[in-house]
Design a protein around this ligand. Structure first.
Ligand SMILES: C[S@@+](CC[C@H](N)C(=O)[O-])C[C@H]1O[C@@H](n2cnc3c(N)ncnc32)[C@H](O)[C@@H]1O
Length: 245
């Protein structure tokens, strides 16, 4: 366990996957997949894949995908690999997104980075690498937190959404929430640490105008931005411009 990945290793071990019991997290994963719109036989890159929730969702939905996923946390990757074990064309790599990626230029039809950018020490280098490995005309889906976002509001939104459900769905939702409760408390504690790192400047939350302009300098055209994750994130769809390289 490296110093840099220690927080994320702990997060995976203490209960990252309890997030799957939260309705806004489910809604976020769905929104990211809808924005990504993967098509059969496409080659996708998942940057900072965590425990593999997006890969699983994409693989269940679309046949014939080839997925390369990368994360630096061994504990996150162990869970992601276990989830995707039945899929031959999916590979999980351990690596640092701020270093050169182990893929050739133009290797992917699309890339996704969801709730990872804020934690990277060299965000510009990481985005430049994504730009290098996405083919011209390819898609980049980026989701992250703006300044002032508050993860506590995600939990509040979960209970509002839960109360709006009816019948069996509502019962299942409550049972899942109660089952995940101890791990959700650990998630809340880790989120407090993430918040502190933001306050001390170790993590950085991009305002949407700043990230849009940075992506433009790196060869992406931002096509659409929408709020996501109980409005605690922005979700951005960009296209790698054809003329540049
Ligand atoms: C909040 S989790 C998001 C996981 C996943 N994208 C999701 O939406 O569930 C952040 C992930 O970024 C990974 N990460 C953070 N810094 C990284 C780096 N420098 N290189 C590779 N992965 C990194 C962490 O290990 C963790 O799995």
């Amino acid at each position: 366990m490296s110093m840099a990945s220690a927080l994320w290793d702990w997060y995976a071990a203490l209960g990252y996957d309890a997030l799957n019991a939260l309705l806004p997290y489910d809604e976020l994963q769905e929104a990211v997949l809808t924005a990504l719109a993967p098509m059969s036989s496409e080659r996708l890159f998942i940057a900072g894949c965590g425990t593999g929730n997006l890969e699983m969702r994409a693989l269940r939905r679309v046949n014939g995908l080839e997925i390369e996923a990368l994360d630096f946390s061994a504990s996150m990757l162990a869970r992601a690999r276990a989830k995707c074990a039945g899929y031959a064309n999916t590979h999980h790599h351990q690596g640092d997104l701020c270093q050169r990626l182990p893929f050739s230029d133009d290797a992917f039809d699309a890339a996704v980075m969801c709730n990872v950018l804020y934690a990277l020490p060299d965000r510009q280098a990481a985005l430049a690498e994504i730009s290098r490995v996405v083919r011209p005309g390819g898609r980049f889906i980026l989701c992250d937190r703006p300044p002032g976002s508050d993860p506590k509001l995600v939990t509040r939104a979960h209970f509002t959404m839960l109360s709006a459900l009816t019948g069996r769905q509502r019962l299942d939702g409550w049972l899942r929430t109660l089952g995940a409760l101890p791990r959700l408390l650990a998630v809340a504690a880790i989120n407090r640490r993430i918040q502190r790192r933001m306050e001390t400047g170790a993590y950085y939350f991009y305002p949407i105008e700043e990230i849009t302009s940075l992506l433009d300098t790196l060869g992406f055209t931002v096509m659409r931005v929408a709020p996501a994750y109980a409005e605690q994130c922005w979700l951005l769809q960009a296209i790698r411009r054809v003329e540049e390289r």
